[in-house]
Every structure is written in structure tokens, then in C-alpha cells.
Design a binder for this molecule. Structure first.
Ligand SMILES: Cc1cc2nc3c(=O)[nH]c(=O)nc-3n(C[C@H](O)[C@H](O)[C@H](O)COP(=O)(O)OP(=O)(O)OC[C@H]3O[C@@H](n4cnc5c(N)ncnc54)[C@H](O)[C@@H]3O)c2cc1C
Length: 350
């Protein structure tokens, strides 16, 4: 089988399939694994890539089930002892005590790296820097493998699994001319949110002044999350944003830079109004918006948080031997849900 994309969905699928003896080739366009949870480093600092909310690592959870089958152990995790705090718009703090929230040693990228290691140990073939261009078809219209950007063809006897979003699986791999009309209509209607992310360094004294290392902050303008990377003095702020405005109205690169700068200034004001205890103990290092996410993941319009509507497309594509895995076909756009969907897909494929 060929798996396209080494995000958490493609990695889990490929790791389980190869552990069960299937010959696997996993193709990833980037030079590292993980996709949305790949390592994030700027100016020598390492950042939490997401909101830092990871569940289901406990006994009986989905990760225990997955790693029990693999020739590698799960990454070290720590149950969060300090509560997750929601700061309301009126300034009050509401601690949310949950028995199922973990931090992952080395961040979620170590989860991706363990799965990659597992694929190699099981004899699977993981190829980085290998962008897939499209599916390859035989004369009868059956998908027989994939064509890489390099011109190489990789054949798949049994099945092809796409870790791309539903939009990109059809738009890029299947090809729009082979996509059934009703699927095209559905895809045109489906939207997904994007995110605006700010990566900053934070002084130890400022961390100590905060009520928690993971927060959701609500203010008059909406909400954002704060996640301090475990053991590091770096913080990631994440907020949802619509994607279209990031791809429209920019006639030049300068226009785009100006709009990113405006978003950052607006966020900076919100940040200091809602979290005054940060004071001057914080320094912005980098930002990411739907365009940056498009560049790093190639997801259509940088839509990185699944599908807004509660419809799930399911893992089967319109082609009998081509399947999808990832956060647009899982029950929710969260790591544990993608891993859970991969377990279900693997039992269907074998
Ligand atoms: C900012 C942010 C914060 C988040 N915070 C949390 C959190 O706190 N907790 C939580 O549980 N979840 C969180 N999530 C959600 C979670 O990270 C995602 O649901 C999950 O990582 C998505 O994985 P995926 O496998 O669907 O796809 P992706 O991570 O997008 O992986 C797809 C892979 O396919 C590769 N690819 C694309 N095109 C090609 C091609 N043509 N050829 C080869 N390879 C290709 C990409 O490079 C990528 O590696 C967050 C997401 C974001 C964006």
C-alpha cells in the first residue's frame, strides 16, 4: 500500500499496517514528519505547535491500544496537574480540572517521530522530500499507484491512503475531472477554519505570574489559547480565523505583509488588555496565518482545523481502492480522533 502524507493520520495508518506485515511506502513532501504537529523552531527556540491539549494517553486510551501493537514505545507523557484555566472577558479565571489532559515530552512531534521509527523498524519505507503529484491510473481507470513530482511512479497493489484533506485528495490526487459531480458540489460547500498563530518567548517571571501554562482567553473580540512548551520559555498563542481574507485582496507581497502586521498589532493589544500580568516579559518571534499553513502543509486555503460542519466525509473516496485519513474525515479535528480513525481504517483495509 502507498500512504501519501506523514501527518498523524498517515503515520498511524502506516505504522499499524507495517506492524501487521503489510508492505508500506509512506511518501511525505516535507523534510520532516508530523504535518501540523511537526517540529516548530525559530531563531533556535522550540515551540509548542498547537494548543497543547492532548488527551487519551491514559490506560485504556487510544494511544495505549496503538503502541501495544508497535515495536516502539509511546512517548513519555505527563498528566497535567495544574488545571487548564479559562479567563473570562470580565477578567475572572475559571480553572477547568480534567483528569485526561497530558503534556508530551518533547512535544507532539515526538509522537510523530515514534510512529516514523516504528514504520522503519517494521520494514516500511518512509520517504521524506517526496511530493506526490497525482494518482496513476491504468487504461481501465483503476488507480494503480502515485506519480511523484520527480517523475517517478510508485505502484500500489492493494490500496492507496491519502492523508490529505478531502478537498486536496480530490483536487490534487484523484483529479477534478475524475471527481463525481455530487462530490464536487459537497466539497464546494464544505469549509474549514484556519488559524492565526503567534510564537513568542516568555520570561520565567511572567510564566510564574500566569494562573496556568495552558489557558483559553475570552475577550470582547473572540478567544485565543495560550500554551507554554513544557520545560521551555516559549509560548504559542492560537486563534481561529477565516481563511478567505488571507487569500484575497493582496495585490502584492507588501500588501500581504501589511495585513499580517495589522493582525499582529491587533492581537498584541488584545493580549496585553486581557493578560496584563505578562507585562514586558514577552517577545514575539514569529507568526503563522492560513497562507503560511498553506505553504507548510499544502492544505487548501490553509484550512487546518478539520471541517466546520458536523458532516464527516468518511474514509472511502469515490474510487474503490483509495481511502482518506486525517482531520477532515475524523470525528473531530484533534489528534486522538485522527488516531482513532486510523485504527478503524486499518482494520477495514486488512
Ligand atoms: C494551530 C493548531 C493547534 C492545534 N492544537 C491541537 C491540540 O492542542 N490538541 C489536539 O489534539 N489537536 C490539535 N490540533 C489539531 C491536530 O494538530 C490536527 O488535527 C492533526 O495534526 C492533523 O493531522 P492530519 O494527519 O489530518 O494532517 P496533517 O498534519 O495536515 O498532515 C498531512 C501531511 O501530508 C503532507 N502532504 C501534503 N501534500 C502532500 C503531497 N502532495 N505529497 C506528499 N505529502 C503531502 C503534509 O506535508 C503533511 O505532513 C491543532 C491544529 C493546529 C493547526
Amino acid at each position: 500500500m502507498v500512504v501519501v502524507g506523514a501527518g498523524i493520520g498517515g503515520l498511524t495508518t502506516a505504522a499499524l499496517l507495517s506492524a501487521r506485515g503489510m508492505k508500506i511506502c509512506l511518501l511525505e513532501r516535507q523534510s520532516q514528519v508530523g504535518g501540523c504537529i511537526g517540529r516548530v523552531e525559530f531563531s533556535g527556540y522550540e515551540f509548542e505547535p498547537g494548543m497543547g491539549l492532548y488527551t487519551s494517553f491514559g490506560p485504556g486510551g487510544i494511544y495505549e491500544k496503538v503502541f501495544a501493537e508497535l515495536p516502539v514505545s509511546a512517548p513519555e507523557v505527563n498528566l497535567l496537574t495544574s488545571p487548564y484555566v479559562v479567563r473570562r472577558a470580565d477578567g475572572t479565571d475559571v480553572p477547568i480540572t480534567t483528569a485526561d489532559l497530558y503534556s508530551i515530552e518533547g512535544g507532539p512531534a515526538s509522537l510523530a517521530e515514534r510512529l516514523a521509527e516504528s514504520i522503519k523498524r517494521s520494514g516500511g519505507n518512509l520517504r521524506l522530500n517526496s511530493p506526490v503529484l497525482r494518482l496513476a491510473y491504468d487504461e481501465s481507470g483503476r488507480a494503480v499507484g502515485v506519480d511523484l513530482l520527480s517523475g517517478e511512479r510508485v505502484l500500489a497493489k492493494k490500496a492507496i491512503v491519502s492523508n490529505l484533506t478531502v478537498w486536496d485528495t480530490y483536487g490534487k490526487l484523484v483529479g477534478l475531472n475524475r471527481t463525481p459531480l455530487e462530490v464536487k458540489k459537497d466539497l464546494n460547500m464544505l469549509r474549514g477554519p484556519g488559524v492565526y498563530v503567534v510564537y513568542a518567548t516568555i520570561e520565567q517571571a511572567a510564566i510564574a505570574r500566569l494562573p496556568a501554562e495552558r489557558m483559553r482567553v475570552e475577550d470582547g473580540e473572540g478567544e485565543f489559547t495560550l500554551a507554554i512548551a513544557p520545560g521551555k520559555r516559549t509560548v504559542t498563542f492560537t486563534m481561529r480565523t477565516d481563511v478567505d481574507s488571507w487569500f484575497a485582496y493582496h495585490s502584492s507581497e507588501e500588501d500581504f505583509e501589511a495585513s499580517d502586521q495589522a493582525a499582529l498589532e491587533q492581537f498584541w493589544n488584545r493580549l496585553h488588555a486581557s493578560l496584563p500580568e505578562l507585562g514586558s516579559g514577552i517577545e514575539i518571534i514569529e507568526t503563522a496565518n492560513p497562507r503560511t499553513y498553506y505553504d507548510s502543509t499544502r492544505r487548501k486555503l490553509g484550512m487546518v482545523l478539520g471541517i466546520s460542519e458536523s458532516v464527516s466525509a468518511g474514509s472511502q473516496t469515490s474510487l474503490p481502492n483509495v481511502f482518506m485519513i486525517g482531520d477532515t474525515v475524523s470525528s473531530e479535528p484533534r489528534l486522538h480522533a485522527v488516531v482513532d480513525a486510523a485504527v478503524t481504517l486499518v482494520s477495514r483495509l486488512l
